[in-house]
Design a protein around this ligand. Structure first.
Ligand code: SAH
Length: 341
């Protein structure tokens, strides 16, 4: 598909079809602006026919705007699968949370994305298409971007689709393309430890966030099956390596689950684990997923947990829950449009 290609590759492609090179740039601009080829007027009909089979393969099928302005986009792909992106409005700009897989096979006990397992990986172009369409919908263009930040925190585990995800990173940071700085991109992982080293060794310097959610391996195993494969100690070691290589402060997600991980004792343990590490902890209260029995910690207690961490010298903030009234909050993205979602 055309969005899998860089400008140079598109140029090569149109030349190989017998067209002059400048047509490549016109085609590239059209698809990155989210235009449907049928509606593009500056390209010959014959060229459009030549590349028709490679046209980006999905559109926005549903758009839900929450009370706080958070917007959930649902995309229907050619094979009938659905993926979602969530757009969040901050004072500094628009952040798009993109999906990297249809479904997920990580099996975290609190997350809706994993309920049907992994359906398939998204290609780099399919991840990019979410950015293209949301940008267009927010009245942005390739030259004048509306989307300023990207987080790979939607459906799927980015490190379970490493090759396509890193190809997407190259495309979206390319100066011919959206030219988004790596500083404005965040990858979130449940902790596939070897891939943290690989990302650093492959020369990337995006922000890295670890979904930690527990302070001991024993407790973590109960809610996150990946903890059976990689210990917290190993993950933290990899994070230190990532920091040394990139200079980027590490993020940790800590989702508060009532009665499970939200006591002051747990806050103390968390502070001990992260002591001395250049990091920031994002605390969030668990968002409800109706198939799951786990409950989120109430606001007051969540703020007290954060305060306790701060008093122990840990940089931590409570993240606002955004978009939960449209099923767009963390852990609520799913691969099928179930009743009421
Ligand atoms: N697979 C990646 C990215 C997707 S999940 C990862 O695990 O990091 C994005 C974040 O939402 C993760 O921190 C995840 O643990 C969290 N999350 C999942 N379900 C949630 C829920 N019900 N409430 C709050 N956060 C949730």
């Amino acid at each position: 598909m055309l969005l899998d290609l860089s400008l140079d590759e598109i140029n090569e492609y149109v030349v190989s079809l017998g067209w002059p090179k400048f047509r490549g740039k016109q085609l590239f601009d059209a698809i990155l602006n989210g235009k449907q080829l049928a509606k593009v007027t500056n390209l010959p009909e014959k060229l459009k026919k030549d590349v028709e089979k490679d046209e980006p393969n999905f559109e926005i099928t549903k758009k839900l705007v929450a009370k706080d302005g958070t917007t959930k986009y649902v995309f229907k792909m050619k094979d009938g699968n659905l993926v979602e992106s969530v757009l969040m409005k901050y004072v500094y700009g628009l952040t798009l949370c993109v999906s990297t897989q249809v479904g997920c096979r990580m099996g975290c006990k609190f997350c809706a994305s994993t309920l049907n397992g992994l359906v398939r990986n998204l290609s780099a172009g399919e991840i990019l298409q979410q950015v293209v369409l949301a940008n267009r919908d927010q009245n942005g263009s390739l030259k004048k971007r509306a989307i300023t930040n990207i987080v790979l925190m939607g459906m799927g585990e980015p490190f379970d689709n490493y090759d396509e995800v890193t190809k997407f990173l190259k495309l979206v940071t390319n100066k011919d393309g959206f030219n988004i700085s790596q500083r404005n991109i965040t990858i979130s992982t449940c902790g596939i430890e070897p891939m943290i080293y690989k990302l650093a060794d492959d020369g990337f310097s995006v922000n890295l966030t670890i979904s930690l959610h527990a302070t001991s391996d024993e407790k973590r195993k109960k809610i996150m099956p990946i903890a059976n494969a990689f210990s917290i100690e190993k993950i933290l070691k990899a994070c230190n390596y990532y920091f040394e290589k990139t200079g980027r402060r590490i993020g940790f997600e800590y989702t508060l689950i009532e009665g499970e991980n939200d006591s002051f004792q747990e806050a103390d343990k968390l502070a001990n684990l992260l002591k001395g590490m250049p990091c920031h902890v994002n605390v969030i209260s668990l968002n409800p997923v109706k198939e799951r029995s786990l409950k989120g910690t109430d606001q007051k207690k969540a703020y007290a947990f954060v305060k306790h961490l701060n008093e122990k010298g840990i940089s931590a903030t409570k993240r606002r829950t955004m978009g939960d009234d449209v099923g767009g909050a963390c852990g609520q993205l799913r691969s099928s449009l179930l009743e009421g979602s």
